[in-house]
Design a protein around this ligand. Structure first.
Ligand code: G3I
Length: 433
């Protein structure tokens, strides 16, 4: 296993330049990260994407009933930027760290009370919402929802121009009832497309279909969903672990439009909602591997072309069939993307033990160190787990998962919805322990 013990020592060092007990200093990194140049001055007037991160996190606070204090902390911290801007020696950004809550009894509370706050999410399935225990745990522990399947193209537009909102509305409305924010997943993806979409051909047809889909979907959820996975998994390698010949993935979109379909999708999404957070999302880009390098260059190109992208989701499916990544590797990888001026998110985390291919101890170390790697970075705005309990994980039944039929034991709650040791290790990381 390639687990590397992560940086308690580094965190302690960073706290000497970026943390403070009064809650202002830690949040300084949010506005002041100055990832695109470390220019956050005392007025906080420099506008960077990292500053946008701060705003988004504050917005979360209000969406979840967060106090005005947390909003105030996040924005007032902007002025602290300059004090830490010289701290990293990185590509110009000041490296501050997020300050953990003094106390918290749920993951959600730990995220809401951190400074700046961080979203704690889960993939939610329509089926799960029929179970009272599932709903109780999901709402108590999380404040961010991704529909596991119900907002994908095949679910929302089963026939051309004919939309089916029921299953998605159910999840979105449940989330809002529980003061949870929703991320739309996903607007353009090669997978889970209806048959008719896979049969499209020619640039004009495909472009029109992308436009109609994004306009209708974002229009329908406007005012309820303001963060979106705009493009999902546009890159492929020979192995699902992110190694070997990274390249643009052939798909109905790429085949008709080439790489410009990404720019197009983000531009259409931005036209629909000038304030939404727009993300690229992919798997096995968590470690410093060939796929991550390729995606880094792709995203860097988009940023340089002025494509309206706000952040990158690192799915963080760790273990078979995907990559494994230690905390230090993840930290370095997230850092380089954040230094492009982007938010970074852990967007679909689970750790597949696949019987014992990943040992219990390795799984605990991964959970702690990877969550810590995100948590300490103010630009890391959310951590979403891909499901609630082991029994309902996609890994148990999906034919593509190598451990299909074996025990994935991949999540934070067991089949009886009791907390596992994995939960405790995640909580430790969120509390700075
Ligand atoms: O809804 C049909 C049902 O009508 C049918 O009877 C049944 C028979 O197999 O299939 C059902 O569809 C399944 C669907 O999940 C809903 O349960 C599909 O077969 C199954 O392939 C699909 O799997 C989903 C997978 O994406 C598909 O790619 C998983 O639940 C979902 O967790 C997974 O999520 C993806 C993210 O969206 C993107 N990143 C990777 C992640 C894990 O693969």
């Amino acid at each position: 296993m390639r687990s590397a013990p992560f940086t308690l020592l580094l965190s302690a060092f960073l706290c000497t330049i970026g943390c403070s007990d009064d809650g202002d200093g830690g949040a300084g990194g949010a506005g002041g990260q100055g990832a695109t140049g470390g220019t956050g001055g005392a007025t906080g007037g420099t506008s960077t994407s990292a500053g946008g991160t701060s705003a988004s996190t504050s917005g979360t606070g209000s969406a979840t009933g967060g106090t005005s204090a947390s909003t105030g902390d996040a924005s007032s911290s902007t002025g602290d930027a300059s004090s830490s801007a010289s701290g990293t020696g990185g590509s110009g950004g000041g490296m501050a760290v997020r300050t953990p809550a003094a106390s918290a009894s749920t993951l959600r509370e730990a995220g809401e009370k951190a400074n700046p706050p961080i979203l704690i999410g889960a993939a939610i399935s329509g089926g799960g919402l029929n179970n009272a225990d599932y709903k109780r745990v999901a709402a108590a522990e999380h404040n961010y929802v991704t529909a596991e399947n119900e907002m994908k193209w095949d679910a929302l537009e089963p026939n051309p121009g004919q939309f089916s909102w029921g299953a998605a509305d159910n999840i979105v409305n449940w989330a809002r009832t529980n003061n949870m924010k929703v991320k739309g997943h996903t607007l353009v993806w090669h997978n889970q497309l209806p048959g008719w979409a896979n049969s499209l051909s020619g640039a004009t047809q495909v472009e029109q279909a992308i436009r109609r889909h994004i306009e209708n979907v974002m229009g329908h959820f406007k005012d309820r969903v303001d963060t979106w996975d705009v493009v999902n998994e546009a890159v492929i390698t020979d192995s699902d672990t992110g190694v070997g010949n990274p390249r643009m993935r052939p798909s109905v979109f790429f085949n008709a439009l080439g790489e410009r379909y990404l720019d197009l999708a983000f531009e259409i999404a931005r036209e629909q909602d000038p304030d939404a957070k727009l993300y690229y999302n992919d798997y096995s880009i968590d470690a410093l591997n060939e796929k991550a390098d390729f995606v880094y260059e792709m995203i860097k190109g988009m940023v340089e072309r002025g494509v309206p992208i706000d952040g990158v989701g690192f799915q963080m499916h760790i273990g078979p069939p995907n990559n494994e990544a230690g905390g230090a590797d993840v930290a370095a990888n997230l850092r380089r993307f954040a230094d492009l001026g982007l938010e970074v998110l852990i967007s679909e985390m689970d750790i597949n033990r696949c019987s014992n291919q990943v040992t219990a101890e390795e799984q605990l170390t991964y959970y702690h160190d990877i969550v810590e790697a995100c948590f300490v970075m103010p630009e890391c705005t959310g951590i979403t787990f891909w499901g609630i309990n082991d029994g309902r994980s996609w890994l148990n039944g999906w034919a593509g998962a190598l451990c299909n039929g074996q025990s994935s034991q991949s999540l934070l709650f067991n089949d009886q919805y009791q907390k596992k040791e994995t939960y405790n290790r995640v909580m430790d990381a969120l509390m700075g322990r």
